[in-house]
Design a protein around this ligand. Structure first.
Ligand SMILES: [Fe+2]
Length: 424
């Protein structure tokens, strides 16, 4: 990548997407460039769900990178996106996470906007007693909340700052859309949300979501109770350009313990049983038999379905080594009370303090701390080869993590020279 003076400051390792140089996680210049090229670039960013703004006048606040944004539903039912920054002095206009209002009014000087973000009224526009007020040529049409393009897919609302971003269907691609429809393609019901601050660069979480290799090693609950193991029938499917992925497994097709035993994996040591077996009591929901899946959408979200626990995770940078992680736990409108109850019980598996995923809250920080002050070193990601290709029958691969870096480098303008060998 070249800076404004044309100097090459950051050189990507010659191995391409099979390496991530450690400066990428802590360099403030990289962080600034990402805000522009990724978070203001030709990428769709998850903002919220359509069910978060069901009625006219509903708004929901979100962020794209560090930029605060508002999603509204207008009186005509149309969903709008805009920067949460008053056109007057730049204050946040919407202060709550969600509300229902007829107009958006800035608390600072009471400038008032319609639900589509256009400026409607300016307090004391004509001054008082013939003095003060705005100049005669003041035109409300020239001062609105900065617009974002918004689109929806399967109940999700996405936003982008770029006019270049292709349609959401093209962005996701034909390899990804059917599985999103499988999981989200019916009326959704939000069961709960929570968020946490994690102390690592946002890209470490993007890697972690795509890293099926770690999932059954770090997360001993998965392995011990046979919810998710690498020796299950499963695989990794990548989108056309490798940016998004699906990792899937079938609980019914568990093979032998031999690999775990031979590898002396800590998860294989225990012969435990659950005092509360209802935690993993599940019903078979889909004919494809898939009982665990993680589907990422580049750059910062995933749809996860473990047993009957459906969740969306999305995250945003809050500094070079701070990330805000959000969870939305979902069910379907059609669910019975018993099904809702089972989803809620299973929701204890994941989330900030979840029995499975609490480890992710700290493992990325361990990488952040371990890689500090080692700009000359890089990660080594050759599990499953060096290519960025789907692996239909195994998850012992880092192909999806390499896919993330391939997309990242393309957007950021890093000159990668990946080897041409494909993963087997
Ligand atoms: Fe994990």
């Amino acid at each position: 990548m070249q800076d404004d003076s044309g100097r090459t400051r950051h050189i990507w390792p010659v191995e391409g997407a099979a390496r991530a140089p450690f400066w990428i996680f802590s360099d403030p210049e990289i962080y600034e460039a990402e805000q522009q090229k990724i978070f203001r670039g030709s990428v769709w960013h998850f903002l919220c769900l359509e069910v978060d703004v069901p009625n006219a006048g509903d708004y929901r606040t979100a962020t794209v990178g560090e930029t605060p944004v508002i999603v509204t539903r207008g009186d005509d039912g149309v969903i709008h996106g805009m920067v949460n920054r008053c056109a007057h002095k730049g204050a946040l206009v919407c202060l709550k996470k969600h509300d229902n209002v007829s107009r958006l009014t800035c608390v600072y000087h009471a400038w008032t906007y319609k639900l589509d973000g256009s400026l409607e009224a300016v307090a004391f526009r004509n001054g008082l007693r013939g003095q003060g007020g705005m100049p005669e040529d003041f035109d409300v049409d020239q001062h609105r909340l900065q617009k974002l393009r918004v689109t929806t897919f399967c109940g999700m609302v996405f936003g982008t700052f770029s006019e270049e971003t292709p349609s959401i269907e093209t962005y996701l691609g034909p390899a990804m859309t059917p599985f999103i429809e499988r999981n989200l393609g019916r009326p959704l019901k939000v069961l709960g949300t929570h968020s946490q601050i994690i102390h690592n660069n946002w890209k470490l979480y993007a890697e972690n979501l795509r890293d099926a290799y770690h999932a059954t090693l770090l997360h001993t609950f998965y392995t011990t109770f046979k919810v998710n193991r690498l020796d299950m029938d499963g695989g990794i499917m990548l989108s056309e350009k490798g940016w998004h992925h699906i990792s899937f497994a079938r609980r019914a097709h568990l093979q032998e313990d031999a690999e775990y035993g031979a590898a002396k994996v800590h998860a294989a040591k225990y012969n435990s049983s659950l005092a509360g077996p209802e935690l993993i009591r599940a019903w078979e929901e889909f004919e494809d038999g898939i009982t665990h899946s993680i589907q990422t959408i580049f750059p910062t979200m995933c749809i996860q379905f473990t047993l009957n626990s459906l969740a969306i995770r999305f995250f945003a940078p809050r500094g070079v080594d701070v990330t805000e992680l959000n969870w939305i736990f979902l069910g379907y409108e059609r669910d019975t009370a018993e099904q809702t109850e089972m989803r809620l019980i299973q929701a204890n598996l994941t989330g900030a303090a979840g029995l499975v995923s609490l480890e992710d809250g700290c493992i990325n920080e361990f990488v952040q701390r371990g890689t500090r002050r080692s700009p000359e070193a890089a990660s080594f990601m050759e599990m499953g080869g060096r290519g960025v290709v789907s692996v239909p029958a195994s998850r012992a691969t880092e192909a999806s993590v390499r896919g993330f870096w391939q997309g990242y480098c393309e957007i950021m303008g890093f000159d990668t020279q990946p080897r041409a060998e494909a993963a087997e």
